[in-house]
Ligand binder design. Structure first.
Ligand code: CA
Length: 675
């Protein structure tokens, strides 16, 4: 703990996230420290349950003076057909009301009286179905939302998290372009369509994912978020969705009918089922760290002052950069996060969770998240951003920071080390990295290659972003060079290599991804990189139009060579467990770097995976990265070596060439040989 504490700096608190939200401010201050001692309630029947005796409402709000329940016939507008005063139980902080019939098809809200004032209506924090714009909770029969074959539906089995290959995508990016050939553009159902092609006849949609070979898609926030008006979808408003409104219901704009509360549930399940049938797992991006609104959030309208953190003066603290942060260290919020991900895993068969600004949460909460999800399905993968976007009242040693990941068994963090070292710093568009010829990043790339684990040949004192081996296992690290945040890899290369050709930039992209896909840890890529998609230089496109964000699938035919390279890299990784070692000890024993003086020969890294590492069929694999714009000569140990990666081509069967003695490694390229 002390070691970590001394290394924390302001820079580490913001290691690579942009603020993708409209900042909310507030004047009301309601925090009550006594809350920490209030009774909590952890039943799975919170807010709504329907059984043979009727419909039951149980709302947690220990400080409320009065609570009423409003029942409606409609999702929006009109008066309640009935209003009920709920009854309080001080022993568990719960307000209850019951109706003797099953109210399927009806809607409800709660209204809380606090400090003598009635707050605005809220669907509560546990609405599992909602009408358009999520203003009223809906009562639906979930048994009727399951697609055919749902009972036997299962995601891919994952034995080790280093076997996972993640493809991060936004629903609209993936399918909105007319070139996608997809009918349900921007919808959950886009991922259920088979046989779709680009104008040039290249596979798109789910067939493209199968062709590429990724094991999991990571979908950007797909719970009900705030920013898109679901009653005016013709406006084609775009948002990433980092503005949570109802955490336990799907986003309406991704459904074909946001006004029918069951449709979004059904269609999201159909998406999951179709992906599972294709052998692909579904990871959800979850943003429990803050809410879109402060005083107007469902948390505040339900239990004012409880769910968010505050500074001593009573003001909202703001580690999210969006105006507030939630309080996972308080029992009811901790249980909320845990129960919410369990719900998605159970009801929607979700295979993994990516925690946005995970370090706003405490390590204890994250450990309980991982442990509880493992009970449901040991294949569920949990990872997150091991940083915050601002300071927090939560002590640094309790934060789920990447520097604390060794204390979080079953959780992985993004490696900003490899990201910035390979392509250049995320926040400085012109900055170059190892793959684009900037010297001085070699040791940090090595930190990435060994997944931030302790290795006898890696000198962490020379690390750019980290100064100690923070990961206890490669299963704690997710490697990447770009994601939805910041510039796409294509745009980064265009800005940092202004005088180069796109052909040269594509070589650099191949090298950058070769480093990611051969490094220890779990590889992660951003959708469309495999066809060299860009976002016209926009680095924070969270509300940019489709014209910036949508992937142009005609690029697939145009950049077919790039696609083939990515596909080859993925096939190579899948075929060779040497790239997917499962423990730090294995890496220290089987991965040996060649001693290269980076002062004399910068931008060159060479290492061997030896002795059939992790049960690999190849006895020895030599991996050489040349990030300079000059060819570099490398001496291969005695014998004949077969090339699996050479001159911008990949052959997982290692049939590209037979090599021996001194070999030349082309500028900005990787050479991978085996014997
Ligand atoms: Ca919404």
């Amino acid at each position: 703990m002390n070691k970590t504490m001394t290394l924390l700096s302001a820079a580490l608190l913001m290691a690579g996230t942009v603020t993708s939200c409209q900042k909310t401010t507030s004047t009301r201050s309601v925090y009550d420290r006594q809350f920490e001692n209030y009774p909590t309630y952890n039943g799975d029947d919170l807010e709504l349950s329907v059984d043979s005796t009727g419909t039951h409402f149980r709302m947690w709000s220990p400080k409320a003076e009065e609570v009423t329940l409003n029942l409606y016939d409609t999702e929006l507008n009109g008066d309640p057909y009935k209003t009920i005063n709920m009854t309080f139980n001080p022993e568990n902080g719960i307000w209850t009301a019951s109706e003797p019939t099953q109210l399927y098809g009806k809607y409800y809200t709660f209204k809380v009286k606090h400090d003598g004032k009635w707050l605005a209506e809220t669907p509560g924090v546990w609405a599992k179905a909602v009408g358009a714009n999520g203003k009223r909770a809906a009562i639906i029969d979930f048994a009727n939302t399951n697609p055919e074959g749902w009972a036997s539906d299962k995601g891919p089995q994952v034995d080790n998290f280093t076997d996972v290959i993640i493809y991060e995508m936004h629903h609209r990016d993936f399918s909105m372009s007319p070139t996608s050939g997809i009918a349900n553009k921007g919808k959950f159902l886009a991922l259920t369509e088979n046989g779709t092609v680009s104008p040039e006849g290249e596979k798109t949609g789910i067939d493209h994912l199968k062709e590429l070979g990724v094991t999991h898609v990571h979908i950007l926030p797909s719970y009900d978020y705030n920013s898109v008006d679901e009653t005016n979808l013709q406006a084609n408003t775009y948002n990433w969705g980092y503005d949570p409104q109802n955490y336990n219901a799907p986003e309406g704009s991704y459904s074909t009918n946001p006004s029918d509360p069951a449709t979004r549930v059904k269609e999201m399940k159909e998406m999951v089922k179709a992906l599972h049938d294709a052998g692909i797992g579904v990871i959800m991006d979850v943003v429990y760290n803050h809410t879109a609104e402060n005083d107007g959030s469902n948390f505040e309208l339900t239990a004012p002052g409880y769910y968010h953190r505050h500074w001593d003066d009573g003001s909202y603290s703001d580690a999210s950069g969006c105006g507030n942060e939630t309080a996972s260290d308080l029992q009811q919020m901790r249980d909320y996060i845990i129960n919410s991900v369990k719900y998605w895993a159970d009801e929607y068969h979700i295979d993994g969770f990516r925690f946005d600004l995970m370090a706003i949460h405490d390590t204890e909460t994250m450990n309980q998240v991982a442990a509880e999800l493992k009970k449901i399905n040991p294949s569920i993968f949990v990872y997150g951003e091991g940083w915050t976007a601002g300071d927090s009242p939560l002590p640094a040693e309790q934060r789920a920071l990447k520097e604390n990941v060794a204390n979080m068994e079953g959780i992985a963090v993004f490696s900003d080390d490899i990201r910035d070292a390979v392509k250049g710093h995320y926040s400085n568009a012109e900055d170059r990295g190892f793959a684009t010829g900037k010297p001085g990043n070699e040791e940090t790339v090595k930190i990435g290659i060994v997944a931030s684990t302790a290795h006898p040949q890696v000198d962490y004192s020379k690390g750019n972003n980290s100064k100690f081996p923070y990961a206890a296992s490669p299963q704690m690290i997710v490697n990447y060079v770009s994601c939805h945040d910041d510039l796409t890899l294509t745009d980064k290369l265009r800005k940092s290599m202004p005088d180069a050709t796109d052909e040269e930039r594509m070589s650099a992209a191949k090298l950058a991804q070769t480093i990611v896909f051969t490094s220890q840890g779990t590889p992660f890529m951003f959708a469309g990189e495999e066809i060299f998609r860009d976002k016209k230089g926009v680095h924070n496109s969270y509300q940019s139009p489709d014209s910036i964000n949508a992937i142009d699938w005609s690029l697939k035919a145009a950049n077919r060579d790039q696609m083939d390279y990515y596909k080859g890299l993925i096939a190579l990784r899948k075929a060779h467990p040497a790239f997917r070692m499962t423990t730090a000890d294995q890496i220290a024993k089987h991965l040996v770097f060649d001693e290269i003086d980076s002062e004399k020969t910068p931008n060159l890294i060479s290492y061997t995976l030896k002795d059939n590492a992790n049960g690999d069929s190849w006895k020895e694999i030599k991996v050489i990265f040349n990030g300079s714009d000059q060819a570099q000569s490398v001496e291969l140990p005695q014998g004949i070596w077969q090339a699996a990666v050479k001159d911008g081509k990949v052959d997982p069967e290692a049939g590209l060439a037979n090599l021996s003695g001194t070999v030349s490694v082309a500028p900005r390229s990787a050479l991978i040989v085996k014997r």
